[in-house]
Ligand binder design. Structure first.
Ligand code: AMP
Length: 408
């Protein structure tokens, strides 16, 4: 669905627009209407699916349209880690930028100064509080924070919170809230303990299970970790390794598409570009040439990552790490369609390593990091994943089932 179709307030639509979102992701398609309907929700959705906006947008919409006291806490979002609290807080700031909804993030660590700042902000009040359980309890125990106006409770990454032993803390925080409220629980996995927690907290919830896409097994995936200035030479190197007859290269910006295409052309490689600055007729011609194999190398923005069916692409190169896991899967899904096999190679700069780790987690697969030939000089070191569990899911490759949306 397009975001216009949810009936969001204009100020919220401006925020959505400024974040660059246009169409809802599958989890948003399913969760947003249920929350707007006033239902409790339990959703199996991992990071990378757009789950944050799936709960923030309808809660913001409700806060914008329903009269409430801005100096009381109306919504509490409980998360397992500081990093997630910061991330959600940033997304919230972006989405709520044009509205009068206020928020504060409350998470552990930092010095006494930070605690005092949080205390001051909490005493003043904020519409939405994003918190880690321990820190929130520490504030609650000091009695300047009241949760008796909370109408929306979000538990994000609930499975991780239980793994980290936060059950009691969460229950204590919830204990200070009115019984009449809307509860939203998000979890990557749905073990028995989560079902139990859901049974205690949620009332007749809408259940949302997002089928997580996995790339086809027959795609051979690899990645080079490189510095920015090594990207173009490495692309040329990749292209020189085999006589490829059909290569699609994805870049995240028009600028990179233009730059790379002109560099490849200068190196006498048969490359053309496609992006939104081209006239429709030009785009169609380039696509036609590529489909008919008259054109061997096509450099594209994400225009081409979804939907367009081109058979027999031998190699997909991600010149930049895509925005999220779904985009990655869509991009590399352009190769190895039908019965053929294909290759997908991603160039990862140092600062994009964490982004790629998130994608690996979503796929529950660590992509081979290929050695960059010595002629290109030193390359960035491979970083350990931030949670220390390696690039993949760190959950023993468990096979989870994601079924379709089911409302009870
Ligand atoms: P999340 O699963 O909430 O961590 O979101 C993953 C990434 O997708 C974040 O960088 C979001 O900003 C981005 N995102 C969320 N919803 C959309 C959307 N509808 N369109 C494009 N990007 C989105």
């Amino acid at each position: 669905m397009h975001f216009y179709d949810f009936g969001f307030d204009d100020d919220l639509l401006d925020g959505i627009d400024s974040m660059g979102y246009e169409y809802a992701t599958p989890v948003q398609d399913q969760v947003i209407p249920a929350i707007l309907d006033g239902r409790d929700v339990i959703a199996a959705a991992q990071t990378g699916t757009g789950k944050t906006a799936a709960f923030l947008l309808p809660v913001l919409q409700k806060l914008i349209t329903q009269p409430h006291d801005h100096h009381k806490v109306n919504c509490v979002i409980i998360v397992p880690t500081r990093e997630l609290a910061v991330q959600i807080s940033q997304t919230l700031e972006g989405l709520a930028y044009y509205t009068d909804i206020s928020s504060i993030a409350v998470y552990g660590g930092g010095d006494g100064n930070l605690f005092a700042q949080e205390k001051k902000a909490l005493t003043k009040g904020a519409d939405i509080v994003i918190c880690t359980p321990g820190r929130m309890l520490a504030h609650l125990k000091m009695n300047y924070l009241k949760l008796d106006s909370v109408r929306y409770l979000v538990l994000d990454e609930a499975d991780r919170m239980l793994d980290m032993g936060f059950y009691e803390d969460i229950m204590q925080i919830i204990g200070g809230m009115p019984k009449q409220r809307q509860n939203l629980l998000f979890s990557a996995t749905m073990p028995q303990a989560i079902r139990k927690l859901a049974g205690t907290i949620l009332k007749d919830p809408a259940e949302v299970n997002i089928a997580i896409s996995k790339p086809a097994e027959k795609i051979k995936q690899g990645a080079y970790i490189v510095f920015d200035e090594q990207k173009i030479p490495v692309v040329k190197y990749i292209l020189s390794q085999k006589p490829y007859s059909s290569v699609l290269i994805f870049c995240s910006s028009k600028q990179s598409v233009k730059q790379l295409t002109s560099d490849l052309k200068r190196a006498k490689l048969p490359a053309e570009q496609i992006h939104s600055d081209l006239e429709q007729a030009e785009r169609e011609q380039v696509l036609l040439d590529f489909k008919s194999k008259k054109l061997k190398i096509l450099v594209a923005t994400d225009i081409l990552s979804r939907g367009i069916d081109i058979e027999d692409i031998e190699l997909v190169i991600n010149y930049d790490v895509p925005h999220d896991g779904e985009d990655y899967i869509h991009r590399i899904g352009r190769t190895a369609r039908a019965a053929s096999t294909g290759e997908a190679i991603t160039l990862i700069t140092d600062k994009d390593q964490w982004k790629f780790q998130k994608i690996e987690k979503l796929m529950e697969k660590v992509v081979d990091k290929l050695p960059v030939p010595e002629q290109f000089g030193p390359t960035p070191a491979i970083r350990e994943s931030r949670d220390g569990k390696g690039g993949a899911a760190g959950k023993g490759g468990s096979k989870k089932r994601y079924n379709k949306f089911k409302r009870k």
